[in-house]
Design a protein around this ligand. Structure first.
Ligand code: ATP
Ligand code: MG
Length: 632
């Protein structure tokens, strides 16, 4: 940690109230707060108590005087060819109109609005309109199937749902409304009204009279109505967002209003180095937390221009992201390791085709960024690539480099240091004592969690405490359920999830460590390692790998030789104890559409069990390959 950042960080922990009071000045308050933190009932924290504010006001209204004509949102769809820019004035108009529509349907403070939509501007209008009214939105990722959507409907209990006739992905039409109809049938407590933004993509869309309403018609009816901002108490909820569900039943993360706005504004300044007037391009989806924080709220709260991209990274060609960077002079970019690994498999020509001089940093998060990919991207772009680590629960980074305070050298494979505000510790699993440098521990946060983090689980305070704060009996700490290690320079490395551990003949091995070793073989593009039952050793690792050069495994002999070579790499890096029982070569790995590896499903298949809920699976063919591989 650099000197300057170290001081900044220390102050955020040791002089917490003064630190966050300063950050709170980055947003507008209708009424100032009386107390920075109220923490009489741990682990429940309330930030900026007594203060009144509103996310929509901060994202739009407060900019109208100074930058009403500046682009606020630039929508680019490589699926339909649409491209449209909304200035702050225009965004204001759209959002007020949408708020009038929602208000007309009886939506008010505290009501839940469920948004199940593709990446179109109306999805963002709906989010902002909902917080404008003091309602609570719950955006469900459009890739989820009806059963998963129904589960979330039943937990969130929305008053109104907003959807679209269809989305598009890689040229294929996905009939959203059709999925919604199915989810409504499966749900125990379906909303009374469904508003449909009709893009004209699905001519077969069925309409349920009395329940289904056309957005364009309603918007015309409410045109010109004024909808003032509903001021909220700082700790009033702004949204519920369900975790990805990688490790089981999704959890409804509840976010407050004031703490979140302050956390995002502070992160834009100190971490992302984005200023009013700059352009930010976040390649995520509004269905994920990254989309909430860094496609919608943070850039708008800070007066930036945000790019909303509907499309995949390789269409029309693998240069599309960089073309967007060039054409719109993107300064801040935020993407994911999966996205980058997709590009790594393409012709490198696309990486140097466009003028990237506007780009300052590229940030990546969501899953481990392996060292080879980190190095590759840094060299290919010639820009600092910042790996940062966070969770749906926190809403903004936990571990990161903080270049707005101090540019510190990047170590490949490391998300650098604890973000300010987080009293982060690496704890020994045995007794919650602090691990030494170079010793693995559970990444934990001493509560209170800083502003912006979850305040509870939706409707379930008990599950909030039991899930996150009960790992250690001796201490009240928030567990991330991830392993980490800190080197002697203070840099952290994430070693995988605490439940992704394999026990081989009494040795506990993290699947992530084995994956890193496999990936050290130059022909491996990507790999998933899982532990499977083994009569002799308890568990054994199995590796499923994607190669870069398939000609090297073109025959059975070559394949066997490559498998041996990969095993030898693991032997050399970790010892024979960690050597996978088999290395299977597949052309693609099963992942959620947010790029998270479905290790549990792979493991289940490898052990001949049911792979579980697969509704967010990117490519069902990937699981078939796993099945074939273990059978053959
Ligand atoms: P669920 O909690 O429902 O099982 P999930 O944990 O996959 O789902 P997210 O909140 O989207 O849902 O993901 C957070 C997790 O992703 C982290 O706990 C960590 O395991 C992983 N992660 C995120 N960023 C990084 C990173 N930069 N390096 C390593 N791992 C990361
Ligand atoms: Mg999680």
């Amino acid at each position: 940690m650099g000197q300057k950042y170290q001081q900044f960080y220390r102050r955020s922990i040791e002089d917490r109230d003064a630190f966050w009071t300063e950050q709170a000045a980055l947003i507008d308050w209708n009424k100032p707060f009386d107390q920075v933190l109220e923490y009489s009932n741990p682990p429940f924290a309330r930030w900026f108590v007594g203060g009144q504010t509103n996310l929509c006001h901060n994202a739009i209204d407060r900019h109208l005087d100074a930058r009403g004509g500046q682009p606020a949102l630039i929508y680019i769809s490589t699926e339909t060819g649409a491209e449209k820019t909304y200035s702050y004035d225009e965004l204001h108009e759209e959002v007020v109109r949408c708020a009038a529509v929602l208000r007309g349907l009886g939506v008010g403070k505290g009501d839940v609005v469920l948004i199940y939509m593709p990446m179109i501007p109306e999805a963002i209008f709906a989010m902002l309109a909902s917080v404008r009214l003091g309602a609570v939105h719950s955006v469900v990722f459009g890739g989820f199937a009806p059963a998963s959507l129904a589960l979330r409907i039943d937990d969130a209990k929305p008053k109104v749902m907003i959807t679209s006739d269809a989305g598009m992905r890689a040229g294929r039409v996905i009939a959203y409304k059709h999925l919604v109809d199915e989810a409504m049938r499966l749900s125990q407590s379906p909303p009374e009204k469904v508003v449909i933004v009709n893009r004209g993509l699905d001519s077969n869309m069925a309409i349920t009279e009395g329940r289904d309403l056309d957005y364009a018609t309603l918007a015309r009816q409410h045109a010109g109505e004024d909808v003032p901002v509903t001021w909220l108490e700082s700790s009033d909820p702004s949204y519920v967002m369900y975790t990805s569900g990688t490790t089981g039943k999704p959890k409804g993360v509840q976010r407050d209003t004031g703490g979140y706005a302050v956390a995002l504004a502070a992160s834009m300044k100190h971490i992302y180095c984005g200023n009013a007037g700059d352009t930010m391009f976040t390649t995520s989806d509004i269905g994920w937390v990254v989309g909430h924080s860094y496609i919608v709220y943070a850039p708008l709260i800070c007066g930036l221009t945000t790019i909303v991209y509907e499309g995949v990274p390789i269409r029309p060609d693998p240069g599309i992201w960089w073309k967007i960077v060039q054409d719109y002079k993107v300064k801040v970019m935020f993407s994911s390791p999966t996205g980058v690994r997709v590009l790594k498999k393409q012709d490198p020509e696309y990486m140097s085709k466009y003028d990237m001089s506007s780009l300052k940093h590229i940030f990546l998060a969501g899953e481990p960024l392996d060292e080879p990919t980190h190095t590759w991207l840094t060299e290919a772009l010639g820009k600092p690539v910042i790996d940062h680590y966070w969770q749906t629960e926190t809403g903004w980074p936990i571990l990161t480099s903080v270049p707005g305070v101090e540019e510190t050298p990047i170590k490949f494979g490391s998300p650098s240091f604890p973000a300010y505000g987080y009293d982060l510790k690496l704890l020994r699993e045995s007794d919650a004592s602090e691990a030494d440098a170079d010793e693995k521990g559970v990444v934990a946060i001493i509560p209170p969690l800083p502003p912006g983090c979850m305040t509870t689980l939706w409707g379930d305070d008990e599950r909030f405490v039991n899930t996150y704060f009960s790992t250690f009996t001796s201490k009240l700490v928030y567990s991330t359920f991830d392993w980490g290690i800190r080197d002697r320079d203070g840099y952290y490395f994430i070693l995988g999830r605490t439940d992704d551990v394999i026990n081989v003949a009494g040795h506990r091995l993290g699947t992530r460590e084995i994956e890193e070793a496999v990936q050290a073989h130059p022909n491996i593009a990507e790999v998933a390692v899982v532990g499977v039952d083994d009569q002799l050793k308890g568990q054994m690792p199995l590796a499923f790998a994607v190669v870069k050069d398939a000609s090297r495994i073109a025959t059975a002999e070559l394949k066997a030789a490559e498998e041996k070579a990969v095993m030898a790499k693991v032997d050399a890096q970790l010892g024979a104890i960690a050597r996978p029982r088999r290395v299977y070569f597949v052309s693609t790995l099963p992942k959620t559409r947010s790029g998270k590896m479905l290790r549990r499903s792979i493991q289940a298949l490898a052990e001949g069990r049911d792979p579980g809920d697969l509704t967010s699976l990117e490519d069902p063919g990937a699981l078939e390959q796993i099945q074939q591989a273990v059978k053959g």
